[in-house]
Structure formats: C-alpha cells, structure tokens
Ligand binder design. Structure first.
Ligand code: ADP
Ligand code: MG
Length: 247
C-alpha cells in the first residue's frame, strides 16, 4: 500500500485555480521531490496535505484512509506533518522549549506509530544541540529553518512535508540541510520535499513531481525530468536539451 495516494486534488480560490486535478503516490520510505516555478502551487499542495488549507475537490489517501476532511491536528497525530516556507516557531522560547511544545501538542500516545525521537536526538539530527538554550529569535535564518524542522520532528512524523527549508541559505548551510534530511530519512521517516535549489534537492531524491500553473506537468525520475520538453519549457521558457537549474 502507498503511504500517500493523492487523487484529483484541486484547490480553487475565487477566480484562481491554485491546484488542478493533481494525482500522485508516495511510498513508505521514499523521499519525493516537488519542484515548479514560483506560484506553481507547491505551498498550496503542502497546505492541502497537512490540512491547513481545505481542498475544493479530490482525495488524499494516507495509509489507505481518506483524510481530506480532517483538521491539521488530527493529521499531525497520525504522523502527517508539514514545515512552513516562512519559519514560524516561538521566537521568545528557547530552542529546547520550542521542541517540547511540539512534543506536548503533536504526539498522542494512542496514535503513536513508533517510539518518538528524544529531544536530544531531535537536536542532534537538526544540528541544534549547542543552541538548545538560545531563544528562537537569536538564531540565524539557517538556524530558524532547522528549528522549524526540529519542531516538526517533535511530533513524531511518519511523513514529513518540507517546504523550502533551503531557501536563502549559503552553500555551506545547504550542505548542512542535505545532511539533515538524510539523517531524518535514516530514522525511517518518509519525506516530500520542495525546493528551489534543484541541485541540492536532486542529491536527495530519485523521483520528482513538477508543478506548473497548478498542474502536474511531470512525475518520474530526475534524469527524465531534465529531458522532458514540457519541464524544460516551464523552467526556461523554451525547449533546450539542458537540465533545469535554479528556478
Ligand atoms: N489564499 C490565497 N488566495 C488566492 N490565491 C492564492 C492564495 N494562496 C495562493 N494563491 C495563488 O495560488 C497559486 C499558487 O501559489 P503557491 O501554492 O503559494 O505557489 P508556490 O508555493 O509554488 O510558489 C498562486 O497563483 C497564488 O497567487
Ligand atoms: Mg511556496
């Protein structure tokens, strides 16, 4: 059984179709990439999956159950959790307290599918161990992005949705995020990851979804994506035999 199976997912705002009839699957243990130019519908898709945005039509089957009408906290308790493009978190709480908030409200004993990671483990995975007593607002952008991931990890996710955790980071920080995602994956957590930094993303995934104007243009392995005329046109505005680079 697929961990996630999305069928005909559509989101319309008055006048704007942000996502149109999108279908795809994600297997347990997979890291699936999601790319597309600005405004393609990536964050909308994430919001629909986590429940922050309600769908107009379509189905979201998670472990075989349609949860497209469930509120976000219930999806979170089942292990379906997202991070946000604009890192939120509690700026006046320490790093450790931020993680503890996620632990307190994000995990329900009855629903638990595996032993949650300890706070120490979470801080280690997100490379925040030596920042644990700092307040959220004392962190750099890269630190705040990692804290966003730490808060999500505290809820014991089975499928983690990462929305642009690499945006705005320098090459060294990017390396750190790639390694962090690999550590998360090594703990048995599946991921859907969207990034503008395609080169870094392609080091993590075998398979990618490409969104453009709310439509799923392509789904398949990354080598084929780089050769797909529709994908190239969406990224470059013309057809040329080159891999899509930074959007
Ligand atoms: N709350 C909203 N109301 C109206 N239109 C929206 C809203 N949120 C997003 N959109 C529109 O939906 C489209 C997809 O946006 P988004 O999902 O944020 O794209 P991406 O994350 O790929 O950049 C854009 O055209 C955007 O303007
Ligand atoms: Mg976005």
């Amino acid at each position: 059984m697929d961990l996630l199976s999305v069928q005909g997912l559509t989101k319309k705002y008055s006048g704007v179709t942000a996502l149109s009839d999108v279908s795809f699957t994600l297997s347990e243990g997979e890291i699936l990439g999601l790319i597309g130019p600005n405004g393609a519908g990536k964050s909308t898709l994430f919001g629909l999956l986590s429940g922050m945005i309600l769908r107009t039509s379509g189905q979201i089957l998670y472990r075989g159950v349609d949860l497209s009408r469930w509120p976000p906290h219930r999806r979170c308790h089942e292990g379906l959790v997202q991070t946000f493009q604009l890192a939120r978190g509690f700026p006046d709480l320490t790093v450790e307290q931020n993680v503890l908030v996620g632990r307190t409200f994000g995990v329900r004993r009855l629903h638990r599918h595996s032993e949650p990671l300890s706070v120490d483990e979470i801080l280690e995975i997100t490379d925040l161990s030596d920042r644990r007593s700092q307040r959220g607002n004392e962190l750099t952008l890269a630190g705040r992005k990692r804290l966003e991931v730490a808060r999500a990890l505290a809820t014991a996710p089975r499928l983690l949705l990462l929305d642009e955790v690499m945006a705005g980071l320098n090459p060294t920080e990017l390396e750190g995020v790639v390694a962090m995602i690999q550590r998360i994956h090594a703990r048995g957590i599946s991921l859907l990851v969207t990034e503008h930094v395609v080169e870094s993303l392609f080091r993590l995934v075998h398979r990618v979804l490409v969104l453009h104007h709310g439509q799923l243009l392509f789904s398949g392995n990354i080598q084929d994506a780089g050769r797909d005329p529709a994908v190239l046109e969406a990224y470059l505005g013309r057809v040329e035999p080159a891999a899509p680079s930074v959007a």
